[in-house]
Design a protein around this ligand. Structure first.
Ligand SMILES: Nc1ncnc2c1ncn2[C@@H]1O[C@H](COP(=O)(O)OP(=O)(O)OP(=O)(O)O)[C@@H](O)[C@H]1O
Ligand SMILES: [Mg+2]
Length: 718
């Protein structure tokens, strides 16, 4: 039972949540200022009407009516409904078709020409910048009052300040909320770290209804629920295979303001959702990381495509930071979003991310050189703490030695031969399809929702799970292990390398941990927790540690090996610098290492798309003349203008020094045409070390410099 609170305080709080004043006073009159019981009355529909105080349970069921923000099917000028009005939300059966036979409402599909409600404008304006503080007074009032719905915005400001401590919405957030107020579907395309979550969290605070969020990963739902609880907002998540009927039952009875559900689970919950839509009502279906809907996206999740049955007299809000134009079109089509869907598009540019590409073997032999700077950075930053941590480091080290033992299991999978493209090619007799399977087994192509070993979690307002500091807390680095440096995430292509690199870093004195989908879930949870609490300096991960992670002070993202797509790259790079401070995103790549994305179990079309994505990664990495940020945002269909970011390796170093290879080229052409005085291509290659073995597979090509220097010798001799 809740401790007694002042009746006024409770009434104010419940009014804030959107309950009807009469219903609240009646309920408080009936059971006293006891929060849980009053809530139960209000949500259970048994709150006595005014004048019926004291007759608990005996009154006419009284559904709480929202005091504001009941979305109306009207344009921007829509007025708020009468706060006392009893607007009946149509039953979910009216708009949620059967999971199998979800029919499309005629004419509801959006045009795929993607009108843009918000021009990106100058891409160098920081994405999602706090507009109120950046614009002059005139523009400011435009942002706040352009709809004439100052009362709506007043309420938004109040909850924003009260629950999140922010003084102002970002302009794109306001547009998204306007769409919700107008009861429209909305596709939100906004940069990583821009604050998309707030767009679906705020509606939960403006009405007595519930917001249902479909999210791809348990770990992500867990993080968000924890944060919401710390902001005084009740939330829970329902995952697949975790039928905790208690939490699920409470969620479906409307006890949590925000209910996170994985796409698999929502299918199972259709019936309870119908009831929830009737009482207390569903304010919004939000689909986070919605690029997972599209098989052209980088992280296709088949279960996302089943969400098309979510029809929307309940508005649908679909959000992502990484959708190319074809993926956006696919999202709208796949989800059958309505014709008047509002598309809120911001610049994808992240002005504080400094991109660079380095060439490296990306193998054990290059760890020392490549990670030297990282190791030096952390060791220098905590010199004074060295003695304190020596023991801890030892224990960390020994734990990683044991991981390394288990990692030797991977040795049998022959993945080295394909993914490193060097050692074992000749030795492996395995057929290609088996190798592919093993590689896919080794890669975290996409992760299931069940990535965490927590049962359906409930997070009550202000509750703090004992064993964990909140992510919000953890964003303050004062007493952190990583000092001022902020943590680093190193992304590697295979699970095996997560352990190898983490092991190497631990042995070099860093507090590092490996993270991949095949590790015990308890370990993954611990890594998450330590990462959020700044107890780890480096997390070495596959793509399993990426989407949506919101930690403000990540200072470095290192990709140690080519990613599978630029979307995945930008999504992962987007974990850096979410506090707006300068952060580095470095890609180390070895062009002689075979790509790790070897398609399996995909259609021919998807295979082609996968190779196209890889090709774009190659272009990005091989590029020597165009600003990195420019290439990245262009990939998402954005015109960056003429200037570069002025920070990336290309912008700062300029294109590489030009060399005149004319003579070498002539010799080379002669060789190819068999006009080199009898010297054939084979003769040139045969004298190049490592190439005389006769094997010419990918990864066995001779070192280009060696060939050039050999040709040079020939040029000099002739
Ligand atoms: N109006 C605002 N003012 C200041 N900070 C904000 C505002 N809205 C959101 N933020 C902060 O921005 C950070 C990033 O938010 P969020 O996790 O929602 O990003 P996102 O857009 O979902 O990113 P991703 O695509 O990577 O998931 C959060 O820590 C949040 O507190
Ligand atoms: Mg997000």
């Amino acid at each position: 039972m809740d401790p007694d609170v002042s009746a006024d305080g409770l009434i104010a709080e419940l009014l804030d949540m959107g309950f009807d004043f009469d219903a609240i006073s009646a309920a408080v009159g009936a059971v006293g200022p006891r929060r849980a019981e009053v809530l139960e009355l209000l949500l259970g529909g048994s709150a006595p009407r005014a004048g019926q105080e004291g007759r608990r349970g005996g009154g006419v069921p009284c559904r709480p009516a929202p005091s504001a923000a009941r979305p109306r099917p009207a344009g921007k000028g829509a007025k708020l409904p009468n706060p006392r009005g009893r607007l009946r939300q149509s039953s979910i059966t009216d708009h949620v078709g059967s999971a199998t036979g979800g029919r499309k409402e005629s004419g509801r599909e959006a045009s795929t020409s993607l009108p843009c409600s918000s021009a990106p404008g100058d891409p160098r304006v920081p994405v999602g910048a706090d507009f109120c503080s950046k614009l002059g007074p005139q523009s400011r009032s435009l942002v706040e009052n352009s709809t004439g719905e100052s009362d709506q915005m007043d309420r938004v400001s109040a909850v924003l300040q009260k629950h999140f401590g922010f003084s102002c919405l970002k302009s794109f957030q306001k547009e998204v909320l306007d769409a919700w107020f107008a009861h429209r579907d909305c596709l939100v395309l906004a940069a990583t770290g821009s604050g998309k979550s707030l767009c679906f969290q705020i509606p939960a605070l403006l009405t007595a209804k519930i917001v249902v969020v479909i999210s791809p990963l348990i770990s992500l739902m867990h993080d968000q629920c924890l944060k919401l609880a710390n902001h005084g907002i009740s939330a829970c998540f329902l995952g697949s295979g975790q039928p905790d009927s208690r939490v699920e039952g409470k969620a479906m009875a409307g006890m949590y303001k925000i209910v996170y559900v994985c796409p698999e689970t929502i299918l199972r919950l259709m019936e309870p959702l119908k009831k929830l839509a009737e009482k207390p009502g569903i304010a919004l279906f939000a689909i986070d990381e919605v690029h997972c809907v599209s098989k052209w996206g980088h992280d296709f999740r088949p279960d996302y495509s089943k969400l098309k049955f979510l029809k929307h007299d309940i508005p649908l809000m679909a959000l992502t930071a990484t959708a190319t134009i074809p993926v956006r079109e696919d999202i709208i089509k796949s989800l059958k979003m309505s014709k008047d869907t509002t598309i809120v598009l911001t610049s994808f540019f992240r002005p504080n991310l400094r991109f660079s590409v380095k060439h490296s073997k990306t193998s054990v032999s290059s760890y020392g050189k490549d990670f030297q700077e990282l190791i030096g950075t952390y060791n220098a930053s905590r010199k004074g703490q060295q003695i304190i941590h020596e023991n801890d480091t030892d224990s960390e080290r020994s734990s990683y030695e044991s991981w390394n033992d288990s990692a030797s299991d991977y040795e049998d999978e022959n993945v080295d031969s394909a993914s490193h493209g060097d050692k074992n090619v000749g030795k492996t007799k395995t057929s290609m399809s088996v190798v592919k399977e093993n590689i896919e087994n080794e890669l975290d192509l996409y992760q299931g929702v069940d990535d965490f070993d927590v049962s359906c979690g409930e997070f009550l307002e202000c509750s703090r799970p004992e064993s964990s500091k909140s992510p919000a807390q953890s964003n303050q680095t004062s007493s952190s292990e990583c000092g001022d440096q902020g943590p680093t995430i190193v992304y590697v292509p295979t699970r095996k390398e997560t352990v190898e690199v983490a092991n190497f870093l631990c042995k070099s004195g860093l507090r590092a941990a490996a993270y991949n989908a095949k590790m015990p879930k308890s370990h993954l949870r611990q890594v998450h927790q330590q990462f959020h609490c700044n107890d780890l300096e480096v997390v070495v991960a596959t793509i399993a540690f990426g989407m949506g992670i919101d930690k403000s002070n990540v200072r470095r993202i290192i990709h140690y090996g080519l990613p599978q797509s630029l979307e995945a790259y930008y999504q992962e790079a987007g974990r850096a610098g979410r506090d707006g401070k300068l952060s580095d995103c470095t890609l180390y790549c070895n062009f002689f290492r075979a790509p790790t994305l070897l398609p399996n179990k995909r259609s021919e079309e998807q295979t082609k798309a996968a190779y196209r994505m890889l090709r774009d990664c190659f272009h990005y990495s091989l590029n020597t003349s165009t600003c990195r940020a420019k290439i990245l945002v262009k990939y998402f269909g954005e015109d960056f203008g003429h200037d570069g970011c002025r920070m990336c390796d290309i912008c700062t170093n300029g294109p590489p020094q030009m060399h005149d290879f004319k003579e070498e080229a002539i010799v080379f052409m002669n060789v190819l045409q068999g006009r080199s005085g009898g010297e054939t291509e084979d003769m040139i290659y045969s004298s190049v070390p490592h190439y005389s073995s006769g094997r010419r597979g990918f990864g066995d090509v001779p070192n280009f410099r060696m060939v050039v220097s050999h040709i040079r010798e020939k040029v000099c001799c002739n």
